[in-house]
Design a protein around this ligand. Sequence first.
Ligand SMILES: Nc1ncnc2c1ncn2[C@@H]1O[C@H](COP(=O)(O)OP(=O)(O)O)[C@@H](O)[C@H]1O
Ligand SMILES: [Mg+2]
Length: 460
Amino acid sequence: MGRSKAVFVCQECGHESPKWLGRCPACSAWNAFVEERASSAAGPAARTLGTQKRNGEARPLRLLDARAAPEERTPTGLREFDRVLGGGIVAGAVVLVGGDPGIGKSTLLLQVMNSLGATLGPVLYISGEESAQQVRLRAERLGAVGGDLFFLAETDLSVIEAALAGNRPRAVVVDSIQTVFHPDLPAAPGSVTQVRECAAALLRWGKAASVPVFLVGHVTKSGELAGPRVLEHIVDTVLYFEGERQTSFRLLRAVKNRFGPTHEVGIFEMTEAGLSEVENPSRLFLAERPPNAAGSVVIPAMEGTRPVLVEVQALVGSTNFMGTPRRLVTGADYNRVAIVLAVLEKRAGLALGSQDVYVNVVGGVRVQEPAADLGLALAVASSLRNVPVGQDTVAVGEVGLAGEVRSVARLEYRLSEAAKLGFTRAVIPATNREGLRLPKGLAAVPVRRVEEALEECVAR
Ligand SMILES: Nc1ncnc2c1ncn2[C@@H]1O[C@H](COP(=O)(O)OP(=O)(O)O)[C@@H](O)[C@H]1O
Ligand SMILES: [Mg+2]
């Protein structure tokens, strides 16, 4: 450890400052600065990424001579998890799994480790949060009690390092990285300095031993514990596990992936027996759709490379007594909804200025792509006019400020998913029509403008 001087560190994003700041200039978090001791002049990244020195001399390698062998991947046994990773876990990869407390991170990783144990040999689950008894109970409930799954309840990094060196596990989970501390560091457990240094040490071990390491990180707002964001630049892969606590759907998203894509989404359902893969997300998302309800529209959206049908609902009602109309949006992009409302008002003459508008994408899904615009517009118009959009209809298209309906990518994928689930009519951008191969049983309604779509679907 080098010299030690006081610094203030944002507990949300890790931004450092020589003095205390009320608001972080990097991530805009309030009251997130906490005084910590800087442990060394160089950050952990500088040390972990050091060049290979021989006799104090770094030798650059001709890129042409570097081996370009594909990484070795081991399937984790959970197909949705593998999909997000890019086809299995890479040896030596360090994966951060972040998410709200109670969302199911420990459950997911226990299932993953149990099945990795079966393929790789002894694997080690280290928990600083739960006892062996607690984890054993969960493992029994999940049917994850394989003989190669080992457990260690420990938070002291020096003990963990000794255990890793002595036992040479083939995969490691540290649940959670915020509970782990190194006794030699003056900073408190859970502080940015501790979290960073411990993660860097585990990363060095994982790289040297060529063993995958999963770090669990709780997302925190309070500023007491350092959030997973301070680790995002250190690790290879950052996955976020999310979902509404009230519903049983869970989505796993990659926000960073050195060994695979970042646009894939894993869809799970939390059950008594653990997380199960959702074979047909569209069917699940549409299971509770009310028949012929005004304000409900199905959008063939894309989640990564996979088409998923989602139901968007709008509720439009008069604003109370001269108040400002309310706009509440969950699951869709607020700004895009605002644009769609403005276009409906200006181009299609819908009087929305005195109406409260609530928009909700059902099932805790998030639909952020512009291709959802037309579905959003139809849902709002359908609710305002109290005319249901046909039960068998899906709608997709980007809406421009002039009211034009613009083409979308991967339309054939989207439509074949719709046809698979029994939809018979698709409102699509006219600009997409040419050369489009329609799936059997599905009729296209090409529209050029948002008014045409309203005329087709929610005419009074
Ligand atoms: N007996 C049970 N049956 C079904 N679900 C359970 C049971 N016990 C816990 N859970 C679910 O597991 C969740 C906790 O998951 P966990 O993996 O501990 O989350 P995290 O590690 O992200 O904090 C709970 O919120 C609950 O939904
Ligand atoms: Mg947990």
